[in-house]
Design a protein around this ligand. Structure first.
Ligand code: IMP
Ligand code: MG
Length: 187
C-alpha cells in the first residue's frame, strides 16, 4: 500500500519563510558572506535560500560540508564524521551554516566549532526546522524557518531511509510519527 504523507508545511508556506529568512540575513549586513550548506538534508533549502538572498540584494559565495552522524537506533551517538569539508578560506568571513533540521544540535555544533577554529568572523545557523525537544549540544539557531513538532519529517530535502527527499513540501509519514531507527545518517 502506498504510504500516506501528511503535510506539515506546504510549498507556499516554505517559500514565504525562506524569503523572509533571506531578508533577515540581508538586514544584518554580513561581511564577505559564505553560505555553507550542510549536506545532504539541506540541499533544497540551501538552493532556495541563496536565490532568495540574491533577490534580497546580498552578495555571497556558497560552499558545502557533508557530515554524517552515527547513531545506534534512534539515539545519535554524537560521533560526527566529515565526508567532505569546506574548501574556501573562512578566515574573517561571516558564515551562515544552512541546515534542514536542528535537533540534538551535535552536527551543527561540530560544524560551527570547526569553522570558528579556522578563524571565521562569525558563524550563524540557519535551520529550516527547529526541533528543540532532544537538544544535547549547547547551540541555538540564529534563523529559524519553522518550530517543528516532535515528529519525524520528510520532504524538501529530508529523508527517511533515503526516500522522500524529492517532495516539494514537508510532511510526515502516517504511522511513522516518531523517529524511526536510524543507523548511518548522511545528514
Ligand atoms: P542533530 O541536530 O545533530 O541531531 O542532527 C540533525 C540531523 O538529523 C538533521 O540535519 C537531519 O539530517 C537528521 N534529522 C533529524 N530529525 C529528522 C527528521 O525528522 N527527518 C529527517 N531527518 C532528520
Ligand atoms: Mg542535516
Amino acid at each position: 500500500m502506498k504510504p500516506v504523507i501528511h503535510t506539515l508545511y506546504d510549498e507556499a508556506e516554505i517559500a514565504a519563510r525562506v524569503e523572509s529568512l533571506a531578508g533577515e540575513v540581508a538586514s544584518s549586513r554580513p561581511h564577505q558572506l559564505l553560505v555553507v550548506a550542510v549536506l545532504k538534508g539541506s540541499f533544497i533549502f540551501a538552493a532556495d535560500l541563496v536565490r532568495a538572498m540574491h533577490r534580497a540584494g546580498l552578495e555571497l559565495e556558497m560552499e558545502f560540508m557533508h557530515l554524517s552522524s552515527y547513531g545506534a537506533g534512534t539515539v545519535s551517538s554524537g560521533n560526527v564524521q566529515v565526508l567532505r569539508d569546506v574548501e574556501s578560506l573562512v578566515k574573517d568571513r561571516d558564515i551562515i551554516l544552512a541546515d534542514d533540521i536542528l535537533e540534538s544540535g551535535r552536527t551543527l555544533k561540530f560544524a560551527k566549532d570547526r569553522l570558528l577554529e579556522r578563524g571565521a568572523r562569525s558563524v550563524k545557523v540557519a535551520a529550516l526546522l527547529d526541533k528543540p525537544h532532544h537538544r544535547k549540544a549547547d547551540i541555538q539557531a540564529d534563523y529559524v524557518g519553522f518550530n517543528c513538532p516532535d515528529k519525524f519529517v520528510v520532504g524538501y530535502g529530508m529523508d527517511m531511509g533515503h526516500a522522500w527527499r524529492q517532495l516539494p513540501f514537508i510532511g510526515y509519514v502516517a504511522g511513522e510519527e516518531a523517529a524511526p531507527p536510524r543507523e548511518t545518517t548522511g545528514v
